[in-house]
Ligand binder design. Structure first.
Ligand code: UDP
Length: 335
């Protein structure tokens, strides 16, 4: 099979490319390096079946050629990370909506299967836990910038599903829930890499708000497994599917867990949302996926434990730090 992965030099894209190349597929990555990096794909360059283009989706001619050459398009290119969204709302909305439109338009001409990544953010402030794909989306007001991300991804979903309904373009929409693992950067605000990095550097682990808000963290290997299985499932076409782990933890407990497993001496500090993001920032209190649909379609449920995830992320950062600075070795305690 021939895969085109947009955002292929990003955290999830680079992880998806690995098993596909390993099993003998051809993989073409398209990435403008806005949040991805060449570092993420350096280890893949030895695969002869890998091709990559450091370019924009807006390069329509290139996109048309790459779509033509592919059997399946995985659209992961997007503006992600709450910090990035709060700081650059115009870029977020334009990147997410225009990018998806260009992909669907190009894929439609050649009737190529598109798997497009959405996000658990679309459920917004809903308290109807666990989140099911057919539940109502509850977004905050347009004056609060955070919700522009959810709205832009919801529009992507509408667009993809409309292409399926009206033009019979095969599409699959996946809603990803807090995907984490090695190579994810904390630069755009993601909590787990930030906590682990701080813990290893013995700098303060900063909890935003009360820390009572919770999330479910999904190992990127589980996420990838879900995506690959869905792309091989004919019944997934035209569907929206949650992909996430159901193990829930409060951010406060996460801070203590990370500190414990890395045997860190970091202090744990609390920062009000207003200071962490912007005045009037609204967070989501709980975000738990229902993965019954994913299981019914593919027979698969993400299940890699949070402890294993934290240990692997810590190991990754440790290797990076050692390469640069040779600091102390952190030991993971068992609990
Ligand atoms: N968060 C935190 N400290 C950080 C980064 C994030 O307490 O250094 C909180 C954030 O406010 C949110 C949760 O951790 O409640 C998850 O944030 P993230 O940006 O990773 O993902 P989200 O689920 O909000 O998209």
């Amino acid at each position: 099979m021939r895969f085109l992965i947009t955002g292929g030099a990003g955290f999830i894209g680079s992880h998806l490319a690995e098993p596909l190349l390993d099993r003998g597929d051809r993989v073409v990555l398209l990435d403008n390096l806005s949040t991805g990096s060449v570092e993420n794909i350096r280890h893949l360059k030895s695969f002869p079946r890998l091709e990559y283009h450091l370019d924009n989706i807006e390069n329509r001619q290139l996109l048309a050629e790459l779509v033509d050459d592919a059997d399946v398009i995985v659209h992961l290119a997007a503006a992600v990370g709450v910090k990035l969204i709060v700081e650059s709302p115009v870029r977020t909305i334009e990147t997410n909506v225009n990018g998806t439109q260009l992909i669907l338009e190009a894929a439609c001409k050649k009737r190529k299967l598109v798997l497009t990544a959405s996000t658990s953010e679309v459920y917004g402030k809903s308290t109807n836990i666990p989140f099911r794909e057919d539940s109502d989306l509850v977004l905050g007001p347009t004056t609060k910038g955070r919700w522009s991300y959810a709205a832009s991804k919801a529009l992507d979903e509408f667009l993809a599903l409309s292409y399926w309904k009206e033009k019979k373009l095969p599409v699959i929409v996946v809603r990803l829930f807090n995907t984490v693992g090695p190579r994810q950067t904390g630069r755009y605000g993601m909590v787990l890499p930030n906590f682990v990095k701080s813990a290893l550097e013995s700098s303060p682990i900063t909890i935003y708000g009360s820390g009572k808000q919770s999330r479910c963290f999904c190992d990127v290997r589980d996420t990838i497994e879900g995506l690959i299985r869905l792309m091989e499932t004919a019944r997934a076409v035209g569907e929206v599917v949650n992909v996430g782990n159901t193990e829930e933890i409060s951010i406060e407990d996460l801070a203590h867990r990370v500190k414990g497993r890395t045997a860190s001496s970091s202090l744990i500090e609390y920062i009000p949302y207003d200071q962490a993001y912007e005045p009037g920032f609204e967070d989501m209190l709980r975000r738990v996926p229902c993965v019954d649909k994913l299981h019914a379609l593919t027979g698969f449920r993400p299940q890699i434990s949070l402890n294993e995830i934290i240990d692997r992320v810590a190991e990754h950062f440790q290797q990076k730090i050692e390469g640069l600075e040779h600091p102390r070795v952190a030991t993971a305690s068992a609990d």
